[in-house]
Ligand binder design. Structure first.
Ligand code: SF4
Length: 230
């Protein structure tokens, strides 16, 4: 027998307005494990999952939702990380409503699956339980890459290339990495600690980050080339 469709998303627990007006902490508190599993249970596990057509980094959304449904939260986080090194950030600030969730088949009649909230949940679960692991990397290929800027695109390309065996150095002009994630998005929307932990993960993968380096000022393009390609 077909399972009945649950029309509404699991609501996101939030700080009470009377409390949150007195602090700058994140407003949404994140799903509980029970809420996460109940939300993932709404997924129809479509044979041709349209949600995945809306994801710019091609996360295996159906695959990770199936793992959440079974309570396999760490495996779900690792499934996302196969193509996305920043799940705790993306789960919070990606515009899912115009990307993956708008394509979810449920959205034709009901609330779409809360894909972003579940991405955030599994990334937080893995980190908070100290279960973050370094995935297998390809053998070093002897090639070096310089990435200018440690904003979301710089971090993403660095994370992808280091897994493919490249030696990656990011040059960042400011004294902290993260770009717009660190300096542009307020704490109550994206806590700095979350950004720093995602950056720490990339460093654990082997990405080097040179801070306070303004290309063309503190380091010339020639020096950058000789550092990178020597
Ligand atoms: S389209 Fe919606 S229901 Fe189908 S697999 Fe994706 S999230 Fe699940």
């Amino acid at each position: 027998m077909k399972k009945p469709i649950v029309a509404k998303k699991q609501p996101m627990p939030e700080q009470d307005p009377a409390v949150r007006r007195g602090n700058f902490k994140e407003v949404p508190l994140g799903y509980t494990p029970e809420q996460a599993m109940a939300e993932a249970e709404r997924c129809l596990l479509c044979p041709n999952p349209q949600c995945m057509n809306g994801c710019p980094v091609e996360v295996d959304i159906r695959g990770f939702l199936d793992l959440v449904r079974q309570g396999e939260f760490v495996a779900a986080a690792r499934k996302i990380k196969e193509t996305n090194a920043l799940p705790a950030v993306c789960g919070r600030v990606c515009p899912q409503e115009t990307q993956c969730e708008i394509k979810c088949v449920l959205a034709k009649k009901f609330d779409p699956l809360a894909i972003g909230r579940l991405e955030r949940f599994v990334a937080d679960w893995e980190r908070e339980h100290d279960l973050v692991e370094i995935p297998p990397k390809k053998a070093p290929n002897g090639r070096k890459v310089a990435v200018v800027g440690s904003g979301p695109s710089g971090l993403t390309v660095a994370g992808d290339l280091v897994l493919l065996g490249y030696e990656v150095t990011i040059y960042e002009a400011f004294h902290k990495p993260g770009g717009v994630l660190m300096y542009g998005i307020p704490e109550f929307r994206l806590p700095k600690e979350i950004v720093q932990r995602e950056v720490d993960y990339l460093v654990q993968l082997g990405v080097r980050i040179e801070l306070n380096q303004v290309i063309g000022k503190t380091i010339t393009v020639q020096e950058l080339f000789s550092n990178t390609f020597a």
